[in-house]
Ligand binder design. Sequence first.
Ligand SMILES: O[C@H]1[C@H](O)[C@@H](O)[C@H](O)[C@@H](O)[C@H]1O
Ligand SMILES: [Fe+2]
Ligand SMILES: [Fe+2]
Length: 324
Amino acid sequence: GMTILVEHPDSAVEVEEKKVSDQTGEENELVLDGGFVVPPTNAFGHTFRDYDVNSDRRDGVEEFYRINHINQSVDFVKRMREEYGKLDKVEMSIWECCELLNEVVDESDPDLDEPQIEHLLQTAEAIRKDYPDEGWLHLTALIHDLGKVLHLPAFGELPQWAVVGDTYPVGCAFDESTVHHKHFKKNPDYNNPAYNTKYGIYSEGCGLDNVLMSWGHDDYMYLVAKENKSTLPSAGLFIVRYHSFYALHRAGAYKHLMNEEDIENLKWLKIFNKYDLYSKSKVRIDVEKVKPYYLSLIEKVKTNCSCYWSWMEGNFYFPAKLRW
Ligand SMILES: O[C@H]1[C@H](O)[C@@H](O)[C@H](O)[C@@H](O)[C@H]1O
Ligand SMILES: [Fe+2]
Ligand SMILES: [Fe+2]
């Protein structure tokens, strides 16, 4: 097996990845340290993230990426970050937002056609089993896709192409590892010499924080967390912000833009991704049953000290109500 050493915000943890054999003796299941078993196929009987296999979802997903790749430009991203950075749309708690996701089904996803609240809880519950003591990681999983509310009327009803799907940098060349890369040819930035070189408007090691990412639920939720003064550790915020950046965390592209902190945080993102992707299934989570745990987590102080003073200082992961 392969051992990945990761720096915990507080201590060092070790993650063991090993292949196990099924009855046929074939090595096809990936088992993580704590016992989460990666299923060999998704709920539709296909390999995960297979964008070419003939399935009911394939054509819709490709059409999604065609429109997405045409429209995500430097100009568009800048306008969206400015508009949504205002956080003047809604005031609500984290849990209220989770419940709104009952209404959202993601058109970009070949592996899941359930309402998004299922996915939040499936991810969080899976990661909680393997990392029982990392409350921040459970909470990160719970919130990572909340930005999909952008698709709802109260948030401007953005089209799916501006909310979901994999993300990638704009302002430099689109890497070929991005899903359905060919559709970038019709993006206005594709032929712009300022934006179509390896570095484009960026420089070696400039740090992902200085890179404009295609606009969607990741960057939006990051803005929400940051502006509402969340005390999630830097790795948690990084996971929220870059979890759809498969070209980086799966294909290893765009590494030249990372700085030291990004490299550290990427280790946690890679762990997180296994739960995010492979927990997608038709097995429903009993929402009412797990709700008390997540509510307590949201209201929990980030330090181990639940004393009066840290409560007074509002030392929580999130405030009771956030601006969205
Ligand atoms: O289709 C999915 C979905 O939209 C996820 O929320 C996103 O994180 C993934 O990157 C994407 O592949
Ligand atoms: Fe996501
Ligand atoms: Fe997700």
